[in-house]
Design a protein around this ligand. Structure first.
Ligand code: 8X3
Length: 270
């Protein structure tokens, strides 16, 4: 009765990523960077997109040291710029068969009444407009080849809204809804649309949110054994390495000490 289950448990079920090509936005730090490292170790070729040229150049050298037989191409651009898609198209980056749609940010932690309009624009331009256009551009290619994985970097904020985060939460809810629709539209093309929804991850996220205020950023993680970028990269790899017949729709991943955005059990000292 259980023989086939025992046999199945002994088979290697993970798919190899060797020789595949991944496009990663927001690649110069945090989850984008951590995922780039893991993908290079798996033998993936990479197109890395970020604004910071020095960081990208240094990262490319380090990645090639890790695995000299892969190609790493860097694209120094702002995903919100008018010609971002055409630049990526011309360089062949849109032909990638893995797309980590990762570039995104939170700006400010204020009530709707007090929030800055410029912060709203920046979040909506990056997390919504640019992210949607990039997924559209990549998926157009993938539908012609009949294969591809799109991983949208979602958030706990895509599942639950919290006070003082209205537009960030709205942008992540929008990202999630967009990619759920996209999944429905692309199942007949062999494309997998995956979402990764982290809670507290100690990256540059809070530093950016608080405009470089280190004390405020560090206070977010005070007394919490929070996630790091590598933890999230592991879940991205887990989803990508599933056999082709499995689509991990969404991974909601949080520190053990976080129950939801506002229920965090903090230890007195770490
Ligand atoms: C980051 C997670 O809960 O701080 O997207 O908004 S949260």
């Amino acid at each position: 009765m259980i023989k086939h289950l025992v046999e199945q448990s002994m088979r290697v079920r993970s798919s190899s990523l060797q020789g595949r090509t991944a496009l990663i936005t927001g690649a110069s730090s945090g989850i984008g960077l951590a995922t780039a490292v893991r993908l290079v170790l798996e033998g993936c070729h990479l197109h890395l997109v970020a604004r910071r040229k020095e960081r990208l150049t240094e990262l490319k050298l380090e990645l090639l040291n890790l695995n000299p037989i892969v190609n790493v191409i860097i694209h120094c651009l702002d995903v919100c710029s008018a010609d971002a898609i055409s630049q990526l198209e011309q360089s062949g980056a849109l032909e990638s068969d893995i797309f980590l749609n990762n570039a995104g940010l939170a700006k400010g932690l204020s009530s709707v009444v007090d929030a800055e309009a410029a912060d709203w624009s920046e979040m909506l331009n990056t997390n919504v407009n640019a992210a949607f256009k990039l997924s559209k551009a990549v998926v157009q290619r993938m539908t012609t080849t009949g294969r591809g994985d799109i991983i949208a970097l979602s958030s706990l904020a895509a599942h639950t809204a919290y006070e003082n985060g209205a537009v960030y939460c709205a942008s992540k809810h929008a990202l999630r809804a967009f990619h759920e629709s996209l999944r429905l539209e692309t199942i007949q093309h062999g494309i997998r649309v995956i979402m990764i929804s982290p809670g507290m991850v100690n990256t540059e996220f809070s530093l950016v949110r608080f405009n470089g205020d280190v004390q405020r950023a560090e206070a977010v993680y005070e007394g919490v054994n929070e996630l790091d970028a590598g933890d999230v990269a592991e879940s991205i790899l887990f989803a990508l390495k599933q056999p082709n017949h499995i689509n991990i729709n969404d991974i909601l991943i949080m520190p053990q000490q976080q129950g939801n955005p506002w229920r965090v059990h903090r230890h007195a000292s770490r």
